[in-house]
Design a binder for this molecule. Structure first.
Ligand code: XUL
Ligand code: CO
Length: 439
């Protein structure tokens, strides 16, 4: 069954094309950093927003026209698989991601849920035999059902912890079965609402125990996917434990887990944490922990996770700068954890949205690549820190000094000469690169 009959395969037509259903900048074959753009960008489609999300919000019901919604239950789950692989093919996207609950409905008990999952997983596996689209990551939804109301691995109830373990165990088996390259842990309700009833130490220790059991089980079954933590500071809980990359990193260090995890950095989660997208990518990168990206954008006027398709070229450029400096994303990718707006309800809006996002990141990649090739920021940063390359600066960096020697040095200094940081000049240069990229 086909669901997007009026749309044919989206092709690259170049910047002068006026065809709204063509890529203008994302050319899968063009080379970026020694790889084809298709291989380098590793775009991915999020099953939950694209095939499940209905556009409902706290003030109104769903608005999305989705032809597969004429089915219910397992038939709906099967129809979604058909629609998904048609969309993957037509958008020529190499990866997809899902939560267990996106692909199959929960049954009346865990065993029934497993059975539903098994049926859909074998259907997906069948489609994957002929499709070029692979699984970037899967994950467990441990936040929607009421049983998770106090959290999952950080719940105050051991039965909930056990149920969460069973879900993740199954998720790891599914990941192995479908050849997933990563496995994601987003702490859906792993956080707290009030300290008045919370044993934070026990909750965090339990989360550490949970992750150890997960990595042990993955090893045991030979599932060698990269584990990823996806930080988010708030929403749904008031305070989420994986607040941002730095907090997540401290957690991994505390519980001896740094060798087994990297981070899945999401743009809108970064901005909710009061950081820029590039800040979170940078913190992950300089610590060797940048694993994958949930590509979207928030709205500066709103304080929640709006999951918009990324179209801000300044942000995609600075994000791609970090990704290029990281040498790419390894087994990770750029997953569109993004939804078309409630008012963009036609099936074809799914195409416009993904095309806009892929083009925005392609522009970002091309501009960032030029900034790196011309060493624009490298030269500025090198020069700014040049005092650490010789004399007292070199002694500091090489650990050859101490407070006595530094005091002696400081006492003979006259007025210190600082240099301008020139950030306005730098932003002007970046704008020039952005504009020149397509002239
Ligand atoms: C929620 C979010 C999730 C994760 C996967 O804000 O980003 O969809 O990406 O659980
Ligand atoms: Co996400």
């Amino acid at each position: 069954m086909n669901y997007f009959n009026n749309i044919s395969k989206v092709k690259f037509e170049g910047a002068n094309s006026t065809n709204p259903l063509a890529f203008k900048y994302y050319n899968p074959e063009e080379m970026i950093n020694g790889k084809s753009m298709q291989e380098f960008m590793r775009f991915s489609i999020a099953y939950w927003h694209t095939f499940v999300g209905d556009g409902g919000d706290p003030f109104g019901q769903g608005t999305m026209i989705r032809p597969w919604n004429e089915y219910i239950g397992m038939d709906l789950a099967k129809a979604r698989v058909e629609a998904a692989f048609e969309l993957f093919e037509k958008l020529n996207v190499p990866f997809f991601c899902f939560h267990d609950s996106d692909i199959a409905p929960e049954g009346n008990n865990l065993k029934e849920t497993y059975d539903n999952l098994d049926k859909i997983v074998s259907m997906i596996k069948e489609y994957m035999k002929t499709s070029k689209t692979k699984l970037l990551w899967n994950t467990a939804n441990m936040f929607s059902h009421p049983r998770w109301l106090h959290g999952a691995a950080t719940a105050p109830n051991a039965d909930v912890f056990a149920y969460a373990a069973a879900k993740v165990k199954k998720g790891l088996e599914i990941g192995k079965e479908l050849g997933s390259e990563n496995y994601v842990f987003w702490g859906g309700r792993e956080g707290y609402e009030t300290l008045l009833n919370t044993n934070m130490k026990l909750e965090l220790d339990n989360l550490g125990r949970f992750f150890h059991m997960a990595k042990d089980y993955a090893k045991e079954i030979g599932f060698d996917a990269q584990f990823l933590i996806e930080p988010k500071p708030k929403e749904p809980t008031k305070h989420q434990y994986d607040f941002d990359v730095a907090t997540g990193l401290a957690f991994l260090h505390t519980y001896g887990l740094t060798d087994y995890f990297k981070f899945n950095v999401e743009a809108n989660h970064a901005t909710l944490a009061g950081h820029t997208f590039e800040h979170e990518l940078h913190v992950a990168r300089i610590n060797g922990m940048l694993g994958s990206v949930d590509a979207n954008q928030g709205d500066a006027l709103l304080g929640w996770d709006t999951d918009e398709f990324p179209t801000d070229l300044y942000s995609t450029t600075l994000a791609m700068y970090e990704i290029l400096k990281n040498g790419g994303l390894g087994t990770g990718g750029l997953n569109f954890d993004a939804k078309a707006r409630r008012g963009s309800f036609d099936p074809e809006d799914l195409f416009y949205a993904h095309i806009a996002g892929m083009d925005a990141f392609a522009i970002g990649a091309k501009v960032a690549q030029r900034l790196i090739k011309d060493k624009v920021l490298d030269k500025i940063v090198d020069e700014r820190y040049s005092s650490f390359k010789e004399g007292i600066g070199l002694e500091i960096v090489e650990g050859r000094t101490n407070f006595y020697k530094l005091e002696e040095y400081a006492l003979q200094l006259g007025e210190i000469q600082n240099k301008s940081g020139r950030q306005e000049k730098i932003k002007g240069i970046i704008n020039k690169y952005l504009l020149e990229a397509y002239l």
